[in-house]
Design a protein around this ligand. Structure first.
Ligand code: 5RP
Length: 247
């Protein structure tokens, strides 16, 4: 039987798939929530939906290919209609931390190329302030590890090299990640810029002001809202009752 959290992920993933329309170019996120989105899009493609997708990771690309979802690249398709992805933390203004799954570099490129950037999450991801209990992942060129670590310390972080099986975790782009623990982040916009100014840092997991719509679900309902300042009706909030699906 599915846990409540897993049901929430499934609910938002499937709901967000309904935003995708025939003919769209779609960015596909990475992670355990985005996986449900891709599953649902696979069903819709099988039923005749015609879309082109850009995956944010090799994992997602493999899943999409296995479901016969047509894949392209940002090089061939610069402008996406929509990107849909998970998040690690969401603050009340809709600013995000992403990248605990290691795909932050492509995730940010894809999100930046999309007209709409939809976030799907279970309620555990909503927090009053970014950074408490969650590091900012920082992807960088491996040779610069010591320098990037020192620069992150200068910015007030406690950086920890991400490991997998005792070795540095290697991203899809052959880089490494330092998980930078800052504690409460007051200004995600300036911190995002400051981290990216460190030489040989490729990208970091702060996504301030990027989400245009946020879906947070549990097994009974999906709540949707638009961060202030994003395109679409400001502060617009709605809720979809899922009790028929799960009751
Ligand atoms: C991967 C990500 C994921 O979107 C984020 O980690 C959320 O993942 P999950 O849906 O598994 O909780 O940023 O780089």
């Amino acid at each position: 039987m599915m846990s409540t959290q897993e049901e929430a992920k499934r609910a938002v993933g499937r709901r967000a798939a309904e935003f995708v329309e025939d003919g769209m170019a779609v960015g596909l996120g990475t992670g355990s929530t985005a996986k449900y989105l891709v599953d649902r899009l696979g069903e819709r493609v099988r039923d005749g939906l015609r879309i082109r997708c850009v995956a944010t990771s090799e994992r997602t690309a493999e899943q999409a290919a296995a479901l016969s979802i047509p894949l392209t690249t940002l090089e061939d398709c610069h402008d996406l209609d929509i990107a849909i992805d998970g998040a690690d933390q969401i603050d009340p203004a809709g600013h995000l931390i992403k990248g605990l799954g290691g795909a932050l570099f492509r995730e940010k490129r894809v999100a930046a190329a999309a007209e709409a950037f939809v976030i799907i999450a279970d309620p555990s991801k909503e927090v009053p302030v970014l950074g408490v209990g969650c590091p900012v992942p920082v992807e960088f060129v491996p040779e610069a590890c010591d320098d990037v670590e020192a620069a992150l310390r200068e910015l007030g972080a406690d950086p920890v090299l991400r490991l997998q099986d005792g070795q540095p975790y290697v991203t899809d782009n052959q880089h490494w990640i330092l998980d930078a623990h800052f504690g409460a982040i007051g200004d995600p916009f300036s911190l995002e810029r400051e981290i990216n100014q460190i030489p040989l840092v490729l990208e970091n997991g702060l996504f301030p002001g990027m989400a245009t719509r946020i879906l947070v679900g549990d097994a009974s309902a999906v709540r949707e809202w638009a961060p202030a300042g994003s395109p679409g009706p400001e502060g617009d909030e709605s809720s979809t009752d899922l009790s028929e699906d799960y009751g």
